[in-house]
Design a protein around this ligand. Sequence first.
Ligand SMILES: Cc1cc2nc3c(=O)[nH]c(=O)nc-3n(C[C@H](O)[C@H](O)[C@H](O)COP(=O)(O)OP(=O)(O)OC[C@H]3O[C@@H](n4cnc5c(N)ncnc54)[C@H](O)[C@@H]3O)c2cc1C
Length: 467
Amino acid sequence: MNEPLRFDLVAIGGGFAGLCAALRAAELGLRAAVIEAGSDENYLCSSRWAGGIFHVSYHDVKLGPDQLLAAINQRTGDETDPQLATAIAANAGRTVEWLAQQGARFTQGSPIAWHRFTLAPPRRPVAGQDWQGRGPDRLLSALGRRLRERQGRLLLGTRARALRLKNGEVTGIDAHRDGADLAVDARAVVIADGGFPGNAELFRRYIGPRPDRVLMRHAGTAIGDGLKMAAEAGAALIGLDRFYGHLMSRDAMENTALWPYPQIDAVATAGIVVDRDGGRFLDEGLGGIAIANELARLDDQLCATVICDAPIWETAGSSAQIPPNPQLPAAGGTVHQAGTIEALGRLAGLPGDSLAATVAEYNDAVRFNRLTTLLPGRSELAGAVRPIDTPPFFAIPICAGITNTFGGIAIDGHGRVKRPDGSPITGLYAAGGSTGGLEGGSALGYVGGLIKACVFGLLVAEHAAGR
Ligand SMILES: Cc1cc2nc3c(=O)[nH]c(=O)nc-3n(C[C@H](O)[C@H](O)[C@H](O)COP(=O)(O)OP(=O)(O)OC[C@H]3O[C@@H](n4cnc5c(N)ncnc54)[C@H](O)[C@@H]3O)c2cc1C
């Protein structure tokens, strides 16, 4: 092995978390580097593919810390780690300002209030992949340029393999580049590899039995290297069984024009979700993230079909920025349509009689306000319900899509990696999608992947610089 490279701070992963950490460290006078496995200048990562909306639990990032903290607590059912939630609430506003100083351009992405800080130019309203030249892609490149201008290094085509440890402290990493080993010394190592949504073995261990039957709604580059390295160094891992994701057309498993958008969440939560026998089997009212998690855990992950009627298809179906109506059929996704529920069942390969009985029972419960007596019960957390009674009727075969893991490496409010007893591992930090404790829990609360990555990118650098 050659002489080790020497830095004050090195980040594993060149997504927003790693780049923010290294750039902020360089700004504060540290010798900083990012080790990135992708070898191309446009290396793939979830940060580059993101929709670009900076929000805190679906709230404007510039609201006061108290309001943001209340939003996080409400969304996560108070199961979030208070230190992490407070860190996000206190730093979200200044983080988008700092990003703007580094070249981020924000725009109001839609009339929705919490879309105020959307990276420009935003995604076009089209189905399928549309990330090249969009706001997140541009910002990622701008951060890389800034890092180099500040004498930081972005080492592409370099994969971190293991942490270097001395007397229980982290002193650097061992990496692999161009077929050769590379040693990197650093007094601060930041794990920012995006988590483990792309690791089939870890998915099977923690989330569900068949990752091949769940749509991988991400760039495929976050494969759990950091989680394993942290665990070997004695880190606590937290909340690994939950993920952030959406409901996708089942055809998206084969047709890339159908993901990462449109999402089917709004139609599913306004209508009902049935299995191969035509019966309801989950509470649609809990929302798309909850349904996706439930589907991923089943033995028969591809059993689900959304049923709705014309008013739902015309309202909830066309409400999102990239709505399934009309984007889903236009991009080749299956949408069965019929004048009666029985005929719809025949088209969708579902038993018509049983489907009709399910819809009739559901409609009665809606009309007579007996949603909780249904089996399973039906809540209205994701929006109000209406009967499915106005033809034409629609059936959309769906699957779960995983975007990123909610759980991961346990950290404190500065991003220091914690042992199971709560003590920090000297020299080791983690940020972004690799970390756990903020999101997930039994409420499956989402705080926001972009704000989480960037806030903790800044915080780890500032702690390492002694701020
Ligand atoms: C389609 C899509 C839309 C999204 N839209 C939004 C949105 O609008 N708003 C929002 O808040 N969030 C959104 N998210 C989530 C958000 O993009 C992510 O949570 C966030 O970007 C994660 O950033 P990260 O830096 O932690 O990880 P990533 O962006 O995944 O970066 C990790 C990097 O680490 C590298 N890496 C992995 N292993 C190694 C290794 N061993 N050595 C070196 N490098 C390694 C990878 O190659 C990758 O480049 C979206 C995600 C997707 C996929």
